[in-house]
Design a binder for this molecule. Structure first.
Ligand SMILES: [Zn+2]
Length: 509
């Protein structure tokens, strides 16, 4: 055990979330007493952390590696960046062992994910050069889902950095990487099962029609094969079409409306007046244009709904702006992850049933139980994954709110929904109350992992107590983040509800 006061050569100061720290290059931190405030018990003490959770060292609820990274590497390039431990040892918080990576870069370094991508696309580089080569194959395996979500820009940026990322080899990475592979293919049938999906998958080929099912065992030395099947381009939606739909609704509903309404400071395509309420609809060619106009209309006390005509990509829009797509002969928009015909959307919007939410009170979660096979004794057992947060109205929120990054950043005051005490207690209770589901789950506790040479909180085998490794779990979760099968959801009511900030438009009935 090294001493916090020894084995360091540099000491820097930094500020992080309103606290000032001194940080040493041996990974030790000291939180300074706040000016004019009384000294707290843990102030002015050098430490490597006061708690280990999920393999990481924490100090007063903050991840120590984040404090060290900010002091020695500077602020993260974007909010989406996470700290990577280059040697994969989560407690080695020496600055030379840390770097900022995007989430995507981080995922691509997972050896199992990497093996899958190499199988499908030949190499990670080939995948990044053209992420669309996986398009059209989404339904073959749930694992495609997140890869499909990679935007061309994100892929390009990652590709530009990829060589640099690989140039910092993980010190034991080579042997460890091989060890993992050997383990997967020779000793670990759970991992083998994980690769079973490959048997039902033909590597992507230049074909218009769906590939036939592969009959042979998969090999892992496949060459890169590109496929680009462009979706037929949808005819762009014109403003004329947009207006025609709107006017038809106005006439049939008998609303009082004005076309192309204009004042000195703002203008809108359609202004509807009902009592003392004014509701407007405007079409834009891009989200950027909408962003300029909408605030002006809103300032005038008008409830405005902006529609982006045939958006190139589905942007997350921070204001009352929605994307408009063509679906056959009708127009449709997406709200609360549901597609809605444009005319229904307009009627609901005018009747005040399209509502903007800024906070949601989470009272339940939907978890998925996934059966896996123990790599050691080969008996089946289960692990669980928290798929959705559910508010009191039953609206679901995605994992953006509780993924590792958020928890790691501690940005939101939300409980640990993977290994926190409450969720574990409730999951156990749920399993007991649902014997018909035959869920057998081992204890969640700290276990030692030979592959990564460290201990961390993990799922384990109820029969032989073997660890469910981090890489494996991570990869498993990656395949569940887009799971939508209702039959797999298990709703668990929380004892302690909590609030999350949201920026969501929902439909109320
Ligand atoms: Zn076992």
């Amino acid at each position: 055990m090294i001493d916090v006061n020894q084995e360091y050569t540099r000491e820097l100061k930094c500020e992080y979330k309103g606290e000032r720290y001194k940080v040493r290059d041996n990974g030790a931190v000291l939180r300074m007493t706040r000016e004019g405030k009384p000294k707290r018990p843990k102030d002015d003490i050098w430490t490597f952390g006061d708690r280990i959770d999920r393999g990481y060292a924490w100090f007063c609820g903050e991840a120590v590696h984040r404090i060290v990274a900010i002091a020695f590497l500077g602020e993260p390039p974007t909010k989406q960046h996470v700290v990577d431990h280059i040697d994969t040892n989560r407690q080695n918080n020496r600055p030379e062992n840390l770097r900022w990576l995007t989430k995507l870069e981080n995922i691509l370094l997972n050896p199992i994910t990497k093996a899958k991508i190499e199988y499908w696309c030949g190499s990670v580089e080939s995948f990044l050069a053209d992420p669309s080569q996986l398009r059209g194959h989404e339904n073959e395996d749930a694992n495609f889902a997140w890869m499909r979500a990679v935007s061309p820009t994100e892929a390009q940026n990652t590709l530009a950095n990829w060589e640099r990322i690989l140039s910092k080899p993980r010190p034991e990475n080579k042997s460890r990487g091989n060890a993992i592979e050997e383990w997967i293919f020779e000793h670990n049938s759970a991992y083998k099962n994980d690769f079973d999906f490959l048997k039902s998958l033909e590597p992507i080929k230049k074909e218009e029609t769906p590939s036939p099912v592969a009959k042979n065992e998969p090999t892992f030395s496949l060459k890169s094969v590109h496929v680009i099947t462009e979706k037929p381009k949808e005819q762009p939606i014109t403003k004329k079409e947009f207006m025609a739909t709107l006017l038809e609704i106005c006439e049939s509903e008998g609303w009082d409306y004005k076309k192309y309404y204009k004042t000195t400071t703002w203008k809108t395509d359609l202004l509807i007046t009902i009592g003392n309420q004014r509701i407007a609809f405007s079409a834009y060619n891009s989200a950027k244009n909408a962003a300029k106009s909408l605030p002006l209309i809103e300032q005038a006390g008008v409830k405005i709904f902006g529609l982006v005509l045939s958006p190139k990509k589905d942007d997350t829009l921070n204001f009352g702006c929605f994307n408009l797509h063509r679906n056959g002969n009708t127009l449709e928009t997406t709200i609360a992850k549901t597609k809605l015909p444009f005319d229904s959307f307009v009627k609901k919007a005018v009747k005040d049933k399209v509502i903007h939410l800024t906070t949601a009170k989470i009272t339940a979660v939907d978890v998925i139980f996934e059966q896996i096979e123990c790599w050691h004794c080969h008996k089946p057992h289960f692990v669980f994954y928290t798929r959705y947060l559910v508010d009191k109205n039953g609206t679901r929120y995605d994992d953006d709110y509780f993924d590792n990054e958020c928890i790691e950043n501690n940005e939101l005051n939300i409980p640990n929904l993977q290994f926190g005490n409450e969720i574990l207690e409730l999951v156990k209770k749920y399993i007991n109350e649902h014997p018909e589901k035959s869920i057998i789950m081992g204890e969640v506790k700290e276990r030692y992992s030979k592959t990564s040479n460290q201990s961390y909180i993990s799922f384990g085998c109820p029969n032989c107590d073997a660890i469910v490794g981090d890489w494996f779990l991570n990869d498993l979760e990656m395949s569940l983040i887009y799971e939508t099968d209702e039959n797999r959801m298990n709703r668990i009511q929380l004892m302690t509800p909590f609030e999350i900030p949201v920026n969501d438009w929902i439909i109320v009935d």
